[in-house]
Ligand binder design. Structure first.
Ligand SMILES: CC(C)(COP(=O)(O)OP(=O)(O)OC[C@H]1O[C@@H](n2cnc3c(N)ncnc32)[C@H](O)[C@@H]1OP(=O)(O)O)[C@@H](O)C(=O)NCCC(=O)NCCS
Length: 293
């Protein structure tokens, strides 16, 4: 019998290891961070008591819920467990709630036909080599003289939290608080001459350290600010031979597309933003990398 129950992070950790072996490159402490965000939003799928999959249904707001990290172990796929997991995890949501997600582009038609999602924009996934990215950024001249790039410990967390809430569109203080101290995390914040936050970037270590880092959230008010932030962040990462993976809403932010071109990002696959009740709050046009998966 297939059943869904709310997390215990040790169970999810086992399934996470399968996810990592398939090279989805999840962050090492993602489960703990998502539990901080919504303690009731992390589900484990079990077949006769054995954990075989998981899904996050993070409530961002009473009107909006984020469906993410949808995974069933390879040997159990194609038996209806994925759809079952989605149905159970959404059954208590109010019908007026907007469910938002980044879907594998191949899956979009299924979500549209079965659950009434609409598709909005593409966010391709890229891999970047750290040391060559840093060399490219170092040659790149920016007009960011009036900008100071700081570590997150040097700034007022509340100001960062508020900037993130405007950019992301929803308050996520508990998540950010946990995310910024996860193992292998590096973060930089850009502050203008009048002390206003104008961008920030975070990278985190992946579950398997050989898979390098994941970038995001990464927001900036301009391309120059994004370049200044990334330069400072990459210098902070000690293992320069590793790679960085990032999901970029290129069709909504031309500056992010340009940045990936500058960095010579290798395209891995496409994801598509889908929602049941329209585009949520936030400034996707200033987003250079999403928190994914
Ligand atoms: C996506 C996933 C969770 C679905 O779980 P599952 O138990 O295999 O799903 P189900 O058996 O309930 O089938 C879901 C439907 O989606 C389809 N599907 C699954 N993966 C697909 C893909 N990559 N592309 C297109 N269709 C896909 C199945 O063919 C099935 O369609 P059908 O009912 O018309 O035959 C599972 O395939 C998985 O873990 N994939 C790897 C991670 C991933 O891609 N996550 C999804 C991110 S959107």
């Amino acid at each position: 019998m297939f059943a869904l129950r709310q997390h215990t992070s040790d169970c999810i950790f086992k399934v996470m290891s399968s996810m990592s072996k398939e090279k989805w490159r999840p962050g090492r402490e993602d489960v703990e961070c998502f539990i901080e965000w919504d303690p009731t939003g992390v589900y484990i799928g079990e077949l006769n008591g054995k954990p075989i999959g998981f899904v996050y249904m993070i409530k961002l707001h009473p009107t909006c819920c984020n469906f993410r990290c949808f995974f069933i172990e390879k040997t159990y796929r194609g038996n209806g467990y994925g759809i079952e997991m989605f149905k159970i995890a959404t059954k208590d949501l109010s019908p007026s709630q907007n469910i938002i997600a980044y879907s594998m582009t191949d899956m979009v038609q299924k979500y549209k036909n079965r659950f009434g999602f609409q598709d909005y924009w593409i966010a391709p996934v890229f891999s970047i080599n750290l040391s060559s990215a840093l060399k490219k950024l170092s040659q790149f001249q920016t007009n960011s003289n009036s900008l100071v790039v700081k570590t997150f410990k040097e700034i007022d967390f509340k100001a960062l939290r508020d900037y993130d809430a405007v950019m992301f569109g929803y308050q996520r203080e508990a998540f950010l608080n946990r995310f910024l101290i996860t193992l292998g995390t590096h973060a930089r914040v850009a502050v203008s001459s009048d002390g206003t936050i104008v961008g920030y970037v975070v990278s985190r270590a992946t579950y398997d350290t050989n898979d390098g880092y994941r970038l995001g959230p990464f927001y900036a008010n301009s391309l120059d600010i994004a370049i200044a932030l990334l330069k400072a962040l990459l210098k902070d990462i000690p293992t320069q031979e590793s790679s960085l993976i990032l999901d970029v809403p290129t069709s909504r932010n031309p500056d992010a597309k340009r940045l990936v071109e500058i960095l010579d990002g290798a395209h891995l696959f496409d994801t598509t933003f889908i929602a049941t009740k329209g585009i949520p709050n936030g400034h996707i046009e200033h987003c250079f990398a999403l928190v994914a998966p």
